[in-house]
Structures are given as structure tokens and as C-alpha cells.
Ligand binder design. Structure first.
Ligand code: PAF
Length: 320
């Protein structure tokens, strides 16, 4: 017993690494197995390994430290150091994010990667500094699809009046209004609201229907792929500025590597997800009338949410 006490005491006194490790608090609203958690866990593994334990990550998942909006507020203040956050809730913090949340702006994964990993993505990440964030990179939620429990949806006509939960995002609200639905903004999670019929449907990437077992409570899914939904992987700018350049570099690189890992992982699993959701009894419309959906949202570029000159200019550049 005495021997054990001496070992523990000497570890405490002499092991600089174990006891002076920097702890990064990282917030996500989703549960283990979700896209956001896969990036976060990979980042934790890489940074702890590369820093030889000097940097450690504590992941706060399942909304344990609040909604995405609340996590972003804590990141701004420096109380939470990092987050993996869906594009949607970001648009109240910086309207430039609305450019990448624009419906049907990305046609496929390759185009999304090319743009988000290129100068345009850098411009968006840089812009976040004016609202207190250090934008590190983009991982992915994926292309969003509609589910509901009332009716099969092939055209926008079928959506009329459906009560669809949307993220806390003015733009997402406008998209669903334009499509003819009755959008209801609500933070994550939403299983109970779907189960109790408070809302008829929701829209999210395929992994969500699998991990959150929406097949138990949503009969119909339409592969609308209406918005490509990135996660923005961010740090608190206030905290970032206190780090040494070599720490910044290691964190930036580890998060980027984690993001690339997670995007591949997500895409590889998508084909099996459709199969699984069908087996679980979901009725899937794989060929909706996308041109008709697109036509409904064509004029969104003219709404007030895109009025700010830098936002308007970037959107037009991307639509070009
Ligand atoms: O719909 C949302 O709120 C998001 O897509 C989710 C499920 C939290 C994942 O990022």
C-alpha cells in the first residue's frame, strides 16, 4: 500500500506531461457513432498521439453542454475551446455561411471537397474570425434528405403543409417555406417530437436515419439531396491566440486529417444505409423530381438573407 502511495505521489510530482497536459473541451450535440462524433474521436486520437499526451481532448457529446447555438456562444467566450458544428446554426453568427448552405449549390461530394478545401472554403473559414471563431476545416454531415410520416414525396406538391423540423437557421426556414412546407425550427435532438407527431418530418443525411433509428418513426424518405451540409470544425479564436505556433499547427493538421478520414468513412457507408433503411421498412423515393424542387428555390438568392455585399458577391461567384 505504502509502495503504491509513493508511486502515485512521484507520478504526481515528477510527471510533467501527465499533470500539465492541456485539456481541450470539444462540444457536439450528437451521440457516439454520429458523423460529428467520428470526426471528434479521430481528432482526439491523432492530437493525443502526436502531442505525446501533452494535448488532451475531452469530448462533450449528446448536447451535454447545450445546443449547437449554445456551444458556439461558449466557444466565442473561450469557455469551450472547440466544436464540430453543422453549417445551419452558424448562419446567425456569420451570414457568409449561407453561401454554402444554399440549396442545390453542390452537385456531388467531389465538387463539395474541391470548393470547401479550396480558396472559397478558406475565405469562409477566415471570415469566421470576425465573430470570434478560428475556422479550421470542414468535415461532413452530408447531403440532406427529407423524411416524413404522412405521405410519399416525389414533387414539391406532395410537401404542401407538412410540418417539417428545420435547424435553427433563418435560411433553412426560408428553403422549406419556398418548398411549400410548414417549417418548424427546433434544436437537436428531435426523436420524441417526431414520435409524438409534434412534427411530421425532418431532413438530414442518411447516417442520421440509421444512428437515431428514425426508421422506427418515419415511413417515407425522399432522396432530395437539397443541401450539402458540412460541419464547420472550429476553435475559439480567443483561446487559439494563446497557443504556440507549433501547437496551432499540430491542432490544425490533426483536425484536417480527422475531417478527411470522416468524410471518406461517411461516404463509404452510405450505400449500405439505403439498404438497411429499406430493410427496416422505410419507403424510399430515390428519383424525386429534382428540377421541380430546384425551380421552387430559384429565387432564394434575392432574399434579404443574401443582401450583405460580401455574401451576395460570394454566392454569385459560386452560382456562376
Ligand atoms: O439536423 C441537425 O440539427 C443536424 O444535421 C445534426 C443532426 C445535429 C447533425 O449535425
Amino acid at each position: 500500500m505504502k509502495k503504491l502511495f509513493i508511486i502515485v505521489l512521484s507520478l504526481f510530482l515528477f510527471s510533467g506531461t501527465a499533470f500539465s497536459a492541456m485539456i481541450i473541451k470539444l462540444g457536439v450535440v450528437t451521440k457516439p457513432g454520429s458523423a460529428q462524433n467520428i470526426v471528434s474521436e479521430k481528432f482526439k486520437e491523432l492530437i493525443e498521439q502526436r502531442s505525446k499526451g501533452e494535448i488532451q481532448v475531452k469530448i462533450f457529446h449528446s448536447s451535454s453542454i447545450g445546443t449547437e447555438t449554445e456551444i458556439l456562444q461558449q466557444i466565442q467566450m473561450g469557455a469551450v475551446q472547440m466544436g464540430v458544428i453543422t453549417g445551419g446554426p452558424f448562419d446567425t453568427f456569420d451570414p457568409i455561411v449561407r453561401v454554402i448552405n444554399y440549396p442545390f449549390i453542390f452537385k456531388d461530394n467531389d465538387q463539395a471537397d474541391k470548393i470547401l478545401d479550396g480558396p472559397l472554403g478558406d475565405e469562409i473559414l477566415k471570415s469566421l474570425e470576425s465573430s470570434g471563431f478560428k475556422g479550421l476545416c470542414f468535415s461532413e454531415n452530408g447531403f440532406r434528405n427529407l423524411t416524413n410520416n404522412k405521405t410519399a414525396v416525389k414533387t414539391p406538391e406532395d410537401i404542401k403543409g407538412l410540418k417539417i423540423r428545420v435547424m435553427s437557421s433563418a435560411l433553412h426556414n426560408e428553403i422549406w417555406k419556398a418548398l411549400g412546407a410548414n417549417p418548424t425550427p427546433m434544436p437537436w435532438p428531435i426523436y420524441t417530437e417526431l414520435e409524438q407527431g409534434v412534427i411530421d418530418g425532418q431532413e438530414n443525411p442518411l447516417w442520421v436515419m440509421e444512428v437515431y433509428k428514425f426508421y422506427e418513426i418515419q415511413k417515407y424518405m425522399t432522396l432530395t439531396r437539397h443541401v450539402y451540409s458540412p460541419h464547420i470544425d472550429v476553435a475559439s479564436l480567443k483561446w487559439w491566440q494563446t497557443l504556440k505556433p507549433e501547437q496551432q499547427e499540430m491542432i490544425q493538421k490533426s483536425m484536417k486529417d480527422a475531417a478527411v478520414f470522416q468524410r471518406n468513412d461517411n461516404r463509404l457507408k452510405d450505400a449500405d444505409r439505403i439498404k438497411l433503411l429499406k430493410e427496416k421498412g422505410m419507403q424510399i423515393e430515390a428519383n424525386p423530381d429534382i428540377d421541380a424542387f430546384r425551380a421552387k428555390v430559384l429565387n432564394l438568392k434575392n432574399i434579404d438573407l443574401y443582401k450583405e455585399p460580401k455574401v451576395q458577391a460570394l454566392l454569385l461567384k459560386m452560382l456562376d
